[in-house]
Write a new protein. Structure first.
Lengths: 301, 313
């Protein structure tokens, strides 16, 4: 112990240098964790977090009783996560392999540059672009099809619309990571396969894809902890926070944001938030545990 | 996972041999990638085209890639936001610059500290860094704590601090220090009598530049595009960043559309239509423009930065 203190004192410059980021993490990330106890309280803003009365599991009972809202937003959150993760990963990997295999390297680079652009457009701006495509009167899609579909009041279309927007926004950027792995594959492997008479497909199946697996594992693992969290902008901005669409577009994050903006139902919202944080933690630990057993190299900690 | 070097000489050889055999497969592949590129870029192009299309024309014929009538009115109507637009630009630039440079400094110092081999507290600091990635209080707890405990309401600090230090970025910087900057260099500096601060600022920080450029660009876009904190916390016009201005524009259009009580004079002033097509697209250009301009210069850095950071933490 004494050793530890003298070591720390000797390296006090490191302590000083770590301090600013340490304090920001402490006040921005750690202190709000204590706010989670609101889930067990009848929160009253004037009494504060600690001053409010305890209600035990009352908020959670309410949560379970209000089946429709809670179940539908949890279902939406999880289903969108699965949809985006599966489709996203497949597309990211596919695009990365396609560009990597392309013989026209210069064109590949240029096309990649253009593909990445959407990731830098904020959802506050994206929603105007989506509007230009799907508005019932002036939208491009209705115009091309000669229809007057009212997308903004038909909930059924939205899983597809959101999926397309998500693919459009994130695929170019998502593939960059996999491309950098592909660039690192030893070309001797391909040459050897060539000599052994393997065709392109066989090379992709037996060399390219296996070498991407560790990266895919890490990316999936990192995302598992966020099952309960969503790209809030996608669900809040792109849908224009339209109440008529909530049955297919309301996720936990956008619900919480709405409650904050309306300053309502804090106890109930805190219970949903608590559920979100705890489930996220458990899934993260579970995923890491699983990966460590199967492939220790890919585990995060 | 091992570090991946982007510039692999063997890879370059593959390019030169690949040139020789361009079969029909390559053409099909090219068409597929091209198709996807069009899918990604066409909506961006539509923004630019619509911004210069005549408002009435869109009102009658809808959005189009080949408009029948061009006009500068959209761009001119952006000027109608006048001083508010300038203020919002200033606020966005302020939080982006302060947040990015401040964040880079504190994060690289933290990354440097936890990568020192003989520093025993480093283990604790690494775990302290990792936990927020696994568990956090969520939006609501953050909102209540920031506003009631810290008393921060309508404050620019709430736009800057929450995005300043992220676990992933510190890991990227730490990995770069550990893998790409020789430890001997820093040891040698210490032996030559340089203190810890001097070693960091004169040896480590300059060598960290590629990684700083990558992380910095990603941070800058995160700050530039942040609408959520602004929507929750900012109420004064003089503190509204660009993204919040965009949201407000959309809300006021919606209000006008849903409200029949808008005074006739006001309607007449707007030429009997609510300026919602070309002028909003012009505003979108004004908001996303700077990133589009800067991005090509940073592309190689952030691709490299992502690569180096893709090693487990």
């Amino acid at each position: 112990m004494k050793d530890f203190f003298s070591n720390t004192w000797k390296h006090r410059a490191h302590v000083v240098m770590a301090l600013p980021a340490f304090l920001i993490l402490l006040f921005i990330m750690y202190v709000p964790m204590s706010g989670l106890i609101m889930a067990f309280k009848n929160f009253d803003y004037s009494k504060g977090i600690f001053g409010s009365d305890w209600v035990g599991l009352g908020n959670f009972e309410f949560l379970i009783k209000s089946k429709d809202t809670f179940l539908s937003m949890t279902r939406n959150t999880v289903l969108y996560y699965l949809l985006f993760t599966v489709v996203g990963t497949v597309l990211n990997v596919t695009i990365a392999i396609c560009i990597d295999q392309l013989a026209f390297k210069k064109m590949g680079k240029t096309m990649q540059t253009l593909m990445i652009i959407p990731v830098f457009i904020s959802y506050a701006a994206v929603q105007f672009i989506v509007f230009a495509f799907i508005d019932s009167r002036t939208g491009l899609i209705n115009h091309l099809l000669g229809t007057r579909t009212r997308f903004y009041s038909s909930a059924g279309y939205w899983p597809w619309i959101l999926l397309i927007v998500k693919i459009w926004k994130d695929t170019g950027y998502g593939s960059v990571l996999y491309m950098s792995v592909l660039a690192g594959i030893d070309t001797a492997l391909y040459e050897a396969a060539d000599i052994d008479g393997a065709n392109k497909w066989q090379q992709i199946r037996h060399i390219t894809i296996p070498s991407l697996i560790p990266m895919i594992t890490v990316m999936l693992l990192l995302s598992v902890g966020n099952v309960m969290r969503s790209d809030t902008g996608l669900f809040y901005q792109v849908t224009r926070n339209n109440g008529a669409l909530y049955s297919t577009t309301q996720v936990i994050d956008s619900y919480v944001l709405n409650q904050i903006l309306h300053s309502s139902n804090f106890g109930y919202t805190a219970a949903a938030s608590f559920f979100q944080s705890v489930v996220g933690l458990l899934l993260m630990l579970l995923a890491n545990f699983t990966v460590r057993r199967i492939e220790p190299e890919g585990a995060l900690f | 996972m091992s570090t991946i070097t982007a510039k692999n000489p063997a890879h370059k050889m593959k390019i030169s041999t690949g040139r020789k055999k361009i079969g029909p497969g390559q053409i099909i592949l090219l068409l597929c990638v091209l198709l996807f590129t069009v899918f990604c870029f066409a909506p961006v192009l539509l923004v630019f085209i619509s911004a210069f299309t005549d408002e009435m024309w869109i009102n009658q014929n809808g959005f189009s890639f080949l408009p029948g009538k061009w006009s500068m009115d959209g761009m001119n109507s952006v000027l109608r936001y006048g001083s508010q637009l300038l203020t919002s630009y200033g606020i966005t630039i302020l939080i982006t610059v302060v947040g990015t440079f401040g964040g880079l400094l504190v994060m690289s110092m933290y990354a440097y500290s936890i990568s020192r081999p003989h520093f025993k507290l480093a283990r604790f600091l690494s775990i302290f860094l990792l936990i927020p990635m696994l568990f956090n209080g969520g939006q609501l707890a953050g909102y209540v704590v920031f506003t009631s405990w810290y008393g921060l309401k309508d404050s620019l600090l709430l736009l800057i601090l929450p995005l300043m230090v992220t676990t992933m970025n510190v890991i990227i910087l730490r990995t770069y220090i550990a893998n790409s900057i020789p430890g001997e260099l820093m040891e040698a500096a210490t032996i030559d009598g340089a203190g810890d601060y001097r070693t960091f600022f004169q040896i480590t920080l300059p060598l960290l530049k590629p990684s700083l450029a990558a992380v910095g660009f990603m941070m800058a876009t995160a700050y530039w595009n942040d609408w959520q904190n602004a929507l929750i916390y900012i109420t004064t016009n003089s503190k509204k960043p660009l993204q919040l201005l965009l949201i407000n524009i959309q809300k006021s259009i919606e209000f006008l559309l849903n409200n029949n009580n808008v005074p006739a004079a006001a309607r007449a002033a707007m030429g009997d239509t609510i300026p919602q097509y070309s002028s909003t697209m012009a505003t979108v250009i004004v908001v996303i423009g700077p990133i589009m301009v800067i991005y090509p210069f940073f592309q190689k850095y952030f691709i490299k930065g992502l690569t180096v950071g893709s090693v487990k933490g």
